[in-house]
Design a protein around this ligand. Structure first.
Ligand SMILES: [Mg+2]
Length: 160
């Protein structure tokens, strides 16, 4: 294992879960049976299958984690993080519309961690482009977050 980032940041929609929280599902969300989360229409909503394992891996490595999302459905997104049990992994969450560089400036100010010490995963090329320009190591997520993609991101960071 090479040099580790001091902060790993994840987008939410189509990075941790396979939908847009402001469009494809209907808040408020709730727990049904153990481990099942439903939207207001009674439809089950899920994380990508390896997300919890990815966050547990980072936790075991001692690397802090944050979430950065441009969704306008701020409350629904925060509720899902809670219901999915992800809040315990997240040192910080930045969830509001706007350019993703705004989220990263806030993360940098609040944590004191330089952009060059951060690793970011997102499914949208425009976010990858914008945040790369800040000096953050960025990895495009083509089909949801996986352990393999985490490993590739950590390698990219160590080699940067
Ligand atoms: Mg996304």
């Amino acid at each position: 294992m090479g040099v580790l980032p001091r902060l790993v940041v994840f987008d939410l929609d189509y990075t941790l879960w396979p939908f847009w929280v402001d469009t494809h599902v209907t808040p408020p969300f709730r727990h049904a049976s153990a481990g099942v989360v439903l939207d207001a229409g009674g439809r089950p909503v899920r994380l990508y299958p390896e997300v919890v394992a990815v966050l547990e891996r980072l936790s075991s490595l001692g690397v802090p984690v944050a979430a950065a999302s441009r969704t306008s459905e701020t409350r629904g997104a925060a509720q899902l993080l809670e219901l999915f049990g992800l809040q315990r992994f997240l040192q910080q969450t930045e969830i509001y519309p706007g350019a993703k560089t705004a989220h990263f400036h806030r993360l940098q100010q609040d944590t004191g961690i330089p952009f060059a010490q951060m690793l970011f995963f997102d499914d949208e090329p425009r976010n990858i482009q914008d945040v790369s320009n800040l000096g953050v190591t960025c990895v495009l997520v083509p089909a949801g977050m996986t352990l393999a993609l985490l490993a590739r991101g950590l390698e990219a960071f160590a080699g940067s």
